[in-house]
Ligand binder design. Structure first.
Ligand SMILES: [Zn+2]
Length: 569
């Protein structure tokens, strides 16, 4: 552990974020042809593999992120260390290697795709070499897939290899004395967690390891270890290039503790569940976009493998069009669905080639109107403050609250308090006094965050989302009785109001056009007092100017998505 400590000291503190994405960027997930990039107006390649002369030439002008996979590259790892690869495998509580659950249909030379341990020196060497070769091959940035490494497999039991068990000593020693006493640890050095667990399980059949009193510490230890490895990889990339190299990761923000390493990342490029099988647009991805806002990083999203499998099977690209609209309306972006990984347990890995005539025009709309995307921030009608501890224990609670706000067209901002895994203290700036505040599960916050919350004097404080929905007056309302999601964004002297038609019908795989929707505006709250007209932008149409009368605009026709641009006097 001393060596580790010295290394961390040498790396210094966590580097500052590099601004790598603009709101109007069009991000491709995987490599494509020059022609395809141009059809979509691509500006960034997020999971570009190891660059080659050809892929760099085709992606000329794009920011090229090469990708390295911590869980998906077993065959490559095996080929690097064919004699000794077993040293790097994760081990379950019986000491056996285990497979990657979503790659059970994969084998290499007859060997299953084993999960490899990011604490094992041999596997760390492999990943480090991959980062170095990716940077040397000319990538502008590095994307890490399955960035939790070993810690990503803890839901299935996690890794009990010799390294994972050994290094736990150092973690336990670092705990405050009173915490160790509380946990009943007399001598951290002699504690063999694997042996302890085995004994404990043997005492009473049917026990789950996750119920052991030390499990939560073990989990924190693994997640922190994962974050530290990411910091080391970032430093390695910078050292290789001779300058800071931006990093992204497939951080599934709605799936538990994926924010563990956010400080090391410049943006997220991640799979987010879009719940395609429900056959309607879903508000959950907005929670991911707002979480990304909360930690100050852009999110280039994609749907999950199951979502894409459903879209492919049922041929519903119209559902995807709604995902694209929502993502940009939220100030982020769904990666162009040119070629998507699909997964079901029955079919395993397969691919979806998106119809470009359905998708590319939406991305071109963004590129051609970059000025109504870049530099705007979410305008929040309410701030929802919660602790990572609450989110970790019950993400559904937070997602449910946000869903109710979305359904009421109340635009929300999230203020995230940290925990032992996510180092993110609440800040006063994240909870402006002029905006009503809803605090969820106040006792879950750290003592420092609780003190800060107690000292705040927000304009209004709500204890429940029901109270908030009843009382908050959003800056933008729609008077026509139709289902439209309203997402206002602001910058000094200007506001853009995104209107996303939420009335998706799977029978027609599209939305029903809304006519003459009356949009009521609180111009003062939006920072555009005195505005008398709005520019109306919609994909496939020329912008038109609409009058603002009695603080309202009538939108003649709303297809899937439109933007009203307002300027103050
Ligand atoms: Zn391990």
């Amino acid at each position: 552990m001393i060596v580790f400590g010295l290394l961390l000291a040498a790396l210094g503190s966590v580097p500052a974020q590099i601004p790598v994405l603009k709101r109007s960027d069009v991000v491709f997930m995987s490599q494509a042809s020059r022609q395809r990039y141009e059809e979509y107006g691509a500006t960034v390649l997020a999971w570009g593999g190891k660059p080659t002369a050809q892929s760099l030439a085709e992606a000329k002008g794009l920011k090229f992120f090469g990708s390295v996979g911590m869980v998906t590259e077993f065959s490559r790892y095996y080929e690097r260390f064919p004699q000794t690869y077993e040293q790097g495998l994760c081990r379950d509580i019986q000491g056996q290697p285990y497979k990657v659950p979503w790659l059970t249909d994969h084998q290499h030379k007859g060997i299953p795709f084993w999960w490899c341990c990011t604490r094992q020196p041999l596997f760390r060497q492999y990943i480090s070499e991959r980062v170095i070769e990716t940077v040397k091959a000319g990538a502008d940035g590095v994307h890490i897939d399955d960035h939790l490494g070993t810690a990503g497999g803890m839901g299935n039991g996690g890794c009990f290899c010799d390294r994972c068990v050994d290094e736990f000593h150092g973690y336990l020693k670092s705990l405050p004395q009173d915490e160790r006493v509380r946990l009943g640890i007399q001598d951290p050095e002699s504690l063999n967690f694997l042996a302890v667990l085995r004994d404990w399980l043997a005492q009473q059949p049917g026990r789950k390891i996750q119920a052991h009193p030390l499990w939560s510490q073990w989990r924190i230890y693994q997640l922190r270890g994962a974050a530290r490895f990411m910091t080391e990889l970032r430093a390695l990339a910078a050292q290789t290039a001779g300058h800071p190299v931006p990093m992204s990761a497939n951080a599934g923000l709605l799936w538990g503790p994926h924010l563990n390493d956010y400080q090391t990342l410049d943006y997220f490029s991640a799979e987010i569940d879009h719940h395609a099988p429900q056959r309607h647009f879903n508000d959950n991805p907005l929670v991911a976009y707002r979480l990304a806002d909360a930690v100050g990083r852009p999110l280039a999203s994609t749907a999950s493998g199951q979502d894409w499998a459903f879209i492919k099977e049922k041929n519903l690209p119209g559902l995807v069009q709604g995902w694209i609209a929502l993502s940009y309306a939220a100030g982020h972006g769904l990666m162009a669905p040119n070629r998507q990984w699909c997964y079901t347990p029955e079919k395993g890995t397969h691919w979806y080639e998106g119809p470009k005539e359905k998708f590319a025009p939406l991305y071109q709309f963004v590129r051609q109107n970059a000025a109504i995307f870049d530099n705007y921030q979410n305008h929040a009608d309410i701030t929802v403050a919660f602790s990572q501890r609450t989110f970790d224990r019950n993400a559904g609670k937070i997602i449910g609250i946000c869903g109710k706000l979305s359904a009421a067209n109340i635009s929300y901002r999230l203020a995230l308090g940290g925990d032992e895994v996510v180092d993110h203290p609440l800040s006063v700036e994240a909870m402006p006094q002029t905006v009503p505040l809803l605090v969820v599960e106040p006792t879950d916050f750290t003592p420092e965050d609780q003190r800060l919350l107690a000292a705040l004097k927000p304009q209004k404080r709500y204890d429940s989302v029901e109270q908030a929905v009843t009382n908050v007056a959003p800056a933008v309302r729609i008077e026509t009785p139709v289902t439209v999601r309203i997402l206002p964004r602001v910058k000094p002297g200007s506001a853009v109001i995104h209107l996303v038609n939420w009335n998706y019908d799977d029978a027609r795989d599209g939305v029903e056009t809304v006519k003459n929707a009356k949009v009521k505006l609180n111009l003062q709250a939006l920072g555009v007092a005195g505005a008398t007209e709005a520019r109306f932008y919609s994909p496939g149409s020329q912008p038109v100017t609409l009058p603002i009368e009695q603080a309202a605009v009538t939108v003649p026709e709303l297809g899937l998505w439109a933007v009203l641009e307002l300027r103050g006097q």
